[in-house]
Design a protein around this ligand. Structure first.
Ligand code: LLP
Length: 417
């Protein structure tokens, strides 16, 4: 459910016509809906009301400070994977006591930064990281609260690039290794094992893989208890999928009910790290048709957004719905919607049935709020898009469009050699 709707034949973001946003801020333009973000957060968070829990929004999905601040005001904690994300979360006013830090390659400086901030917990992914964390924390006279990320070897049945909890993936430690790692953690200075962590993948559209992983984790938890470890936190990661096209993922309420059912007799604080399910359908990408082009074999709609703005179709073959901002009831053509970048992999949609749109008009690419702007780049020296957060009738430019000066700002010394 989102608040991008047609009113009087015009696509609106909440109370503001999309066309008006484009007049003010240009294209390509990411537009986020505050009401949708709040609604998604509350739907997710309230699903776990039966248990002590922290919903740590996964910053990587969309790290704009405006969104982080809004979600923080809703009570969100944050799941981070880099020093940069920590910087963003703290800048947006998120209390460090609600921040968890995941990721396979935390560098020493990032570990220091997180210890300095006194975050809630590090999700440790290797023995090397555990040893390094111990030595950095001891050196700083601090104690790092940790969980170990368990790789439960469960197939999440999603795109291979975003499957993370199978044996062949680089993430976490397998169950037997984890047991040894907890024993080691119990003896290491500067380390306090307080949790168990697991994240098996993203865009999951059924409950089964989550439940299978949970079952393995709970059995593991019992073994840890047997070792005399007191586990306070169970972090089950993120991964709940959304509808891009015809997927029918479980509603957060159903997801919550299933987890709460299993966990109610285990006295732990549950941590969840949802990203996509909060941000994905809270954002659209507005783009202008630059040209239409007919060739003997194909019809192309060439738009001013490209794979540098939204890479998901090129990278994963992902589907994003594309609609006219002002529908006009025209006949439907089968087209490729492509960007201006010099690669045939630069497309937003392939073989898509779309009304016969015209040069100069606006299109909206849906479900672009998660892994849209955060994965964007300056490829082809394209300036990155602007981002706007709409709340009711108010539109705030939460990131201005990059300029040519921004593009070359870090290369000032390049011409002085
Ligand atoms: N926690 C951890 C440790 C993660 O690695 C991820 C996502 C999440 C939470 C949030 O997962 P979500 O709830 O958003 O599914 N770029 C890809 C998605 C990559 C996901 C990486 N990890 C895409 O555009 O589909």
């Amino acid at each position: 459910m989102h608040f991008f709707e047609y009113v009087d034949g015009q696509l609106h973001a909440e109370g503001v016509p999309a066309a008006e946003l484009v007049r003010r801020f240009g294209t390509p333009l990411y537009v986020y809906s505050a009401a949708t973000l709040r609604r998604h957060f509350e739907a997710f968070d309230s699903a776990f009301a039966g248990l002590p829990h922290i919903t740590c929004y996964s910053v990587k999905a969309n790290s704009n400070l405006g969104l982080l601040k809004l979600l923080g005001q809703c009570g969100a904690g944050m799941d981070i994977v880099s020093g940069g994300e920590l910087h963003r979360a703290l800048t947006a006013g998120i209390p460090a006591s609600r921040i968890v830090y995941s990721g396979v390659g935390k560098r020493e400086a990032e570990i220091r930064q997180a210890l300095e901030a006194n975050i809630l917990m590090f999700n440790v992914e290797s023995m090397g990281e555990l040893e390094r964390l111990s030595s950095v924390a001891s050196d700083m006279g601090k104690t790092a609260r940790i969980s170990l990320r368990i790789n439960p070897d469960v197939d999440p049945k999603t795109h291979p690039y975003i499957s993370t909890g199978m044996k062949k993936n680089k993430f976490g430690l397998d169950i037997e290794q984890s047991l040894a790692a907890y024993s080691r953690a119990m003896t290491l200075p500067g380390i306090e094992p307080v949790g168990i962590d697991c994240h098996i993948g993203s865009q999951l559209t059924t409950l089964e893989p989550f439940m299978e992983a949970l079952d393995r984790i709970i059995r593991f938890y019992d073994r840890l208890k047997g070792m005399g470890l007191r586990i306070e936190y169970l972090d089950l990661g993120g991964g709940l999928g959304i509808t891009y096209n015809e997927e029918e993922p479980p509603h957060p309420a159903e997801f919550g009910k299933a987890l709460v059912g299993v966990l109610k007799d285990h006295p732990m604080t549950l941590i969840l790290e949802p990203g996509r399910v909060i941000a994905g359908n809270s954002g659209i990408l507005l783009t202008e048709v630059v040209y239409t082009k007919k060739t003997p074999s194909k019809d192309f709609v060439i738009v001013d957004a490209a794979m540098n703005d939204l890479v998901r179709p090129s990278l994963y073959g992902s589907f994003h719905a594309i609609k006219e901002v002002t529908p006009k009831g025209r006949p439907v053509l089968n087209v490729d919607v492509v960007g201006p970048i010099c690669e045939s992999g630069d497309f937003l949609a392939k073989d898509r049935d779309l009304p016969a749109v015209e040069q100069g008009e606006l299109l909206a690419v849906f479900s672009a709020g998660a892994y849209g702007f955060t994965m964007s780049s300056n490829y082809n020296s394209r300036t990155r898009a602007a981002e706007v957060l709409v709340d009711g009738d108010k539109a705030t430019l939460v990131r201005r469009r990059e300029t040519y000066d921004d593009l070359i700002a870090l290369e000032k010394d390049a011409l002085n050699g």
